[in-house]
Write a protein that binds this ligand. Structure first.
Ligand code: ZN
Length: 383
């Protein structure tokens, strides 16, 4: 019984992450025979989660193996992203397609829990509105430290939140009768890039997300390194600059990676004003002042990445958020620091990549969080 449930979830997870797959590929990936795949598919099709189709573009003799497709329009989740400058809500179908989305800018200062929940719920209700199919879960990404279980924001310095009952209030206000799960944006970004982005097939992965701060998600053997209580991977507060001239950090310390490489550091290095995007654009266009600013940030970033490579021997390090733009320009500085400070044996297989999911990485990770219940027990979750 339990075994059947986990196999059902296993098959559904395969088509959720990879999209339509033939019975033959499913049998191979799951290490079971085709008759088992047939039985599992029939059970999932019986509750409407998948359908079988002949493969597209197949001609000629022989009977092609049918393709198992997720029913993306029939089963979906609501995904939210509480980022530094914006709130995003999306309806994401089984199999990963974004079916519909809303986005509003968010002012940085003085935003309280009630306001954020109210704005998210307004967008969520619009999306749920007359949407066909069934909402099977809600996942939310938040730029701060999140208590697993109830989605309490323990510490969210960008919004000035300490111990705010975000998950509980969002669940109450949405009142959809489905679980609401909250995660840290960089943790979710790491999982999303592993499932569908620049880290696909690479279970030892480090994802760095930059905006005002710098968040991190570290996967070891495909599992997020959550730590004792879920607050692990705070790579943004790794000390990279112990000198007296180090920049103060929102956490109260000085010289943290995020203090030296975050948005304020870049804009100050560029002489103040503007936006990260405008400085990076100017650097790409060959403006010396901008190039120098991005290089300075890249140098600190390289020190941080070198430390992470020595510690975790990752297969891939992915730059997301504004660090995607920074790395695209400052790759030489980052590379020099890695060569100088990371041990050859630790770094020889580490690839450095730009995020493929871009600013949606956390949102897509949040959607997968929302699908967690369905994927662990597909039939049970629907009954
Ligand atoms: Zn710090």
């Amino acid at each position: 019984m339990g075994r059947q449930r986990s196999s059902l979830g296993g098959l559904l997870r395969q088509v959720h992450v990879s999209g339509p797959l033939s019975r033959a590929v499913l049998a191979e990936r799951m290490g079971v025979n085709r008759s088992t795949i047939l039985a599992l598919t029939a059970e999932l099709a019986g509750v409407g989660l998948v359908r079988e189709e002949p493969p597209s573009g197949v001609s000629g003799a022989g009977r092609p193996s049918l393709v198992v497709c997720p029913e993306s329009e029939r089963f979906w989740v609501l995904a939210f992203d509480v980022a530094v400058d914006r709130l995003v809500a999306a309806r994401v179908g089984l199999g990963g397609p974004v079916l519909d989305r809303r986005e509003v800018p968010r002012s940085r200062a003085g935003v309280d829990l009630d306001t954020v929940v109210r704005d998210l719920v307004a967008m969520g209700r619009e999306l749920v509105g007359a949407a066909p199919g069934r909402c099977v879960g809600v996942g939310a990404s938040y730029c701060g430290m999140i208590r697993p279980g109830d989605g309490m924001v323990r510490y969210g310095p960008e919004l000035g939140w300490v111990d705010q009952a975000f998950g509980t209030e969002l669940r109450k206000a949405l009142d959809l009768g489905v679980p609401v799960v909250v995660g840290n944006e960089a943790h979710l970004g790491a999982l999303a890039e592993f499932a569908r982005g620049a880290g696909a097939g690479c279970p030892d992965l480090i994802y760095l997300h930059g905006d005002v701060g710098v968040g991190g998600g570290i996967l070891v053997g495909g599992r997020l390194m959550g730590g004792e209580s879920g607050y692990g991977c705070e790579v943004g507060h790794m000390l990279v600059n112990p000198s007296v001239s180090a920049r103060p950090c929102l956490c109260g310390s000085r010289g943290c990676l995020e203090a030296e490489t975050g948005e304020y550091a870049l804009l100050d290095a560029a002489g103040g004003g503007g936006s990260v995007a405008s400085v990076v654009r100017a650097a790409v266009a060959g403006e010396v002042w901008a190039g120098r600013a991005v290089a300075e940030i890249g140098d600190w970033l390289g020190i941080g990445v070198a430390n992470l490579i020595n510690l975790f021997n990752p297969g891939v390090v992915i730059f997301g958020g504004m660090l995607r733009d920074v790395y695209a320009v400052a790759a030489p500085q980052v590379g020099t620091r890695i060569e100088r400070h990371a041990m050859p044996v630790s770094r020889e297989r580490a690839r450095l990549r730009l995020s493929e999911l871009g600013w949606d990485a956390a949102l897509i990770g949040a959607a997968d969080l929302g699908f967690g219940g369905l994927l662990s027990d597909p039939v049970g979750a629907l009954s």
